[in-house]
Design a binder for this molecule. Structure first.
Ligand code: HSE
Length: 439
């Protein structure tokens, strides 16, 4: 077997993804040598606790707590950062870059917040950052955007990019679980982050759309400008009623080019049951990318978990060892430190259908008042469902509208909520119909 050289790797952070990454590199060392001609050698596993690494059967001789010894070792060429979070992980990556080590990270939060500075630092040090694992776990969506689809002007990205939320919504629809029961199941499956807040409040998906959108459109997307709603306040009633009406509720992350700028959003939205993303269930992720030349392409796979994420991390390691990724990283002009800030579309302009739900007292003229408020804004009803009250109290009224701007819809919604016959919380959810290809 022709081995041209060795490539030394240290994995910093031996939790689920770090241990799975080290295990994959060690188990597949001969196969990778055969494929690449380069021997991938894990030289150190750095952490303060090694329970996960021990459970994965990793060589205890590799365990060490001293990062500085790793950074000064000339036989280590690349640091895998799988610590997570915004503080220690940032310091580790900066130290690795200053030591002129390549970095591979799955840390979407850190890249969404500080990617521009970290990319610039890597460039100034003549090394690269691989981050395929930061978005949609094992799906090679970063590579698709910066390589396979490079010939295209990208028109839109629609993604289901948080496995925890998707698992929860699937359990609510398929098994009738409440939100709380479904979240407990996701945690028991090991899908959710240690603190699932960012999974269910939409921020994890916002991190990912920030990263993917900036690559797709070649423009910087400031995280704080992505409008974000999570699934943490959804009611089983709406998930089930929408399903009966032919829609599936998903947490959708989108970045779409419009005449007035880039539209960005992370929000729970109903998809028609025949929408390409509607069947993406359980912990799976999928990203639809619409290119001007290629039309619709879709990427599907496991978005979370040790082994799928390790697949993306190790593929980055191999690509860096081969020089493929460093060549893209140093020459392409798509990275956020090489681009200008995106021009964003004014809010409220985009047109959609909507699902509305109000709790309505069964009074004469109550429905007429609702339809009048919608008509006032030129919004037409597509369907209307009201069941009989069994106890004389308010009953849920569900409306699917025809297309309207978000601006008009929210004004009509507020007017309806203020009607005396409407009681308690009302719900407005966007319906995302299938994007129309331009080819
Ligand atoms: N917690 C994330 C998810 C996985 O549920 O999709 C890593 O991004």
């Amino acid at each position: 077997m022709g081995i041209s050289r060795e490539f030394g790797i240290a994995v910093v952070g031996c939790g689920t993804v770090g241990a799975a990454t080290a295990a994959l590199l060690c188990q597949q060392v001969e196969a990778y040598t055969k494929k690449t001609g380069i021997r991938m050698t894990v030289r150190a596993l750095v952490d303060v606790r090694f329970d996960g690494a021990r459970a994965a059967g990793l060589d205890e001789n590799l365990f060490q707590e001293d990062l500085s010894a790793v950074l000064s070792n000339p036989d280590i060429h690349l640091i895998v950062e799988t610590v997570g979070g915004l503080t220690i992980a940032r310091t580790i990556i900066e130290k690795a870059l200053y030591a002129k080590k390549h970095v591979v990270t799955a840390n979407k939060a850190l890249l969404a917040h500080h990617g521009t500075e970290l990319f610039a630092l890597a460039r100034s040090q003549g090394v690269s950052i691989g981050f395929e694992a930061s978005c949609a776990g094992g799906i090679p969506i970063v590579r698709a955007l910066v390589d396979g689809l490079l010939a295209n002007d990208i028109e839109a990205i629609y993604g289901i990019v948080n496995g925890t939320s998707n698992f929860i919504l699937t359990a609510m629809v398929d098994e009738g679980k409440t939100y709380g029961e479904a979240l407990a199941m996701a945690q028991a499956e090991g899908l959710a982050e240690a603190d699932p807040t960012l999974d269910v409040n939409g921020m994890d998906a916002a991190h990912k759309v920030t990263i993917l959108g900036s690559l797709a459109f070649g423009e910087q997307i400031p995280l704080e400008r992505v409008p974000v709603e999570g699934i943490d306040s959804l009611d089983l009633f709406d998930v089930s009623t929408g399903h009966e009406l032919g829609y599936v509720l998903k947490l959708v992350a989108l970045a779409r080019s419009t005449k007035t700028g880039l539209e960005l959003a992370v929000q729970p939205a109903f998809l028609p049951q025949n929408h390409p993303l509607a069947r993406v269930s359980g912990p799976f992720n999928a990203v639809s990318v619409y290119g001007k030349a290629v039309g619709h392409t879709m990427y599907y796979g496991r978005g979370a978990g040790g082994s799928p994420t390790a697949s993306a991390v190790v593929s980055d390691v191999l690509s860096i060892a081969l020089g493929t990724w460093p060549a893209l990283f140093s020459t392409l002009k798509l990275w956020p430190d090489c681009t200008e800030e995106a021009r964003l579309a004014p809010t409220g302009e985009s047109r959609h259908r909507h699902y509305l739900r109000f709790n309505l007292h069964d009074e004469q003229g109550a429905v007429a008042a609702i339809t009048a408020a919608l008509a006032e804004k030129g919004i037409s009803l597509n369907s209307f469902v009201q069941k009989e009250s069994t106890n004389g109290g308010p009953v849920p009224v569900v409306i699917i509208t025809h297309e309207a701007t978000e601006h008009d819809l929210s004004q009509a919604f507020e007017a309806i909520c203020a009607l005396p016959a409407v009681e308690g919380e009302a719900i407005c959810l966007r319906i995302i119909d299938e994007h129309v290809e331009s080819i």
